[in-house]
Ligand binder design. Structure first.
Ligand code: HEM
Length: 294
């Protein structure tokens, strides 16, 4: 029986919200998390626990570690950890606002809402640059295997490890590249999504080709565009059975192994980066046994 939060496996919704919370000083997060587990539907609200919350509960969740900040040639990879993350999925922005308010009420006073990012589907699932996103995602049993832990025992089987990064696009810089350079930067044609075999090693899909890593580095991506005023970009979201595959991909994009930087950095930069452990579900609700909670 598959125990992963069902909202992780479901396809990208039409609207979503990312909420990140901090823990108030001396707050015991246990009762707030138990209230959350009793109330949320994990098909509509995906919940991730930050390392600081596990530590506040005196627990260590195997595999939950700090997001690796770093730098590449002329850009930063920031780490902006949070105590708790909720990914609200839906089809009505107003409903997400009201759901946010009820989650805030459930989690207070221990957790304080620190940041909200509204995300949305563009066309049939494209980045704001117009490229289809998610094509090479694993599906069916392969998606479950890529995105969730198995064989780790009750309370851990079905866990997923979420990497969340908000990227800000410079759409003027992107436009200035022109259609051919744009396709070569991504490594796919925007017109028909075909992969460009002769794209340079800096092309995004050449950097991140999941089968090209050893071991293979498969993740389940659920990224969506975001926009606020005149700023816009992508909330990158990947679920793994550990953080290893994401870290291998990010390392390649940054140029850590061979000095080649992903061409995406010509027009987009990450401004946040956080890791969360997404507990499994049992009987349709979050299973917080690994945190010593009910
Ligand atoms: C603004 C940032 C990003 C944009 C606009 C973007 C866009 C895309 C697009 C258009 C594709 C091709 C279609 C597809 O297979 O989904 C793709 C593939 C992919 N991206 Fe990204 N991406 C971004 C960031 C990242 C990051 C940070 C990672 C991981 C560290 C990543 C990992 C991947 C992977 C694994 C693939 C599939 C590669 C394959 O196996 O062919 N992407 N991305």
């Amino acid at each position: 029986m598959n125990k992963i939060q069902p909202g992780i496996l479901a396809s990208v919704p039409s609207v979503a919200r990312h909420l990140s919370f901090v823990l108030e000083p001396d707050a015991g997060p246990g009762p707030a998390l138990e209230r959350l587990a009793k109330s949320v539907d994990p098909g509509r609200t995906v919940v991730g626990i930050g390392r600081s919350t596990a530590l506040a509960l005196g627990r260590h969740v195997a595999g939950l570690r700090d997001f690796p900040s770093g730098a590449g040639r002329g850009f930063e990879i920031p780490a902006t950890p949070g105590a708790l993350w909720c990914w609200l999925r839906g089809d009505d922005r107003g409903e997400l606002i009201h759901r946010t308010r009820s989650i805030e009420a459930l989690l207070g006073p221990a957790f304080r809402l620190d940041a909200v990012v509204d995300a949305f589907m563009h066309q049939e699932g494209r980045d704001l640059t117009g490229y289809e996103d998610g094509t090479e995602n694993p599906t069916g049993g392969n998606a479950i295997a890529a995105a969730s832990l198995g064989g780790a025992g009750p309370g851990l089987d079905g866990s997923s490890f979420a990497a969340v990064q908000q990227w800000v696009h410079d759409l003027e810089a992107f436009d200035a590249l022109g259609p051919e350079e744009q396709d070569l930067s991504v490594g796919r044609r925007r017109s028909d999504n075909a992969e460009i075999d002769e794209a340079p090693a800096s092309a995004h899909v050449k950097r991140t080709a999941q089968e090209s890593f050893s071991p293979e580095a498969f993740v389940l991506r659920r990224s969506m565009p975001w926009a606020e005023g005149t700023r816009a970009g992508l909330v990158f979201l990947a679920f793994g059975r550990s953080f290893d595959a994401f870290e291998a991909q990010l390392g390649r994009m940054t140029g850590l192994d061979d000095g080649i930087t992903d061409s995406l950095f010509r027009f987009t930069r990450p401004v946040t980066g956080a890791y969360y452990w997404c507990p499994p579900v049992s009987g349709g609700r979050l299973d917080l046994r690994a945190l010593g909670l009910r």
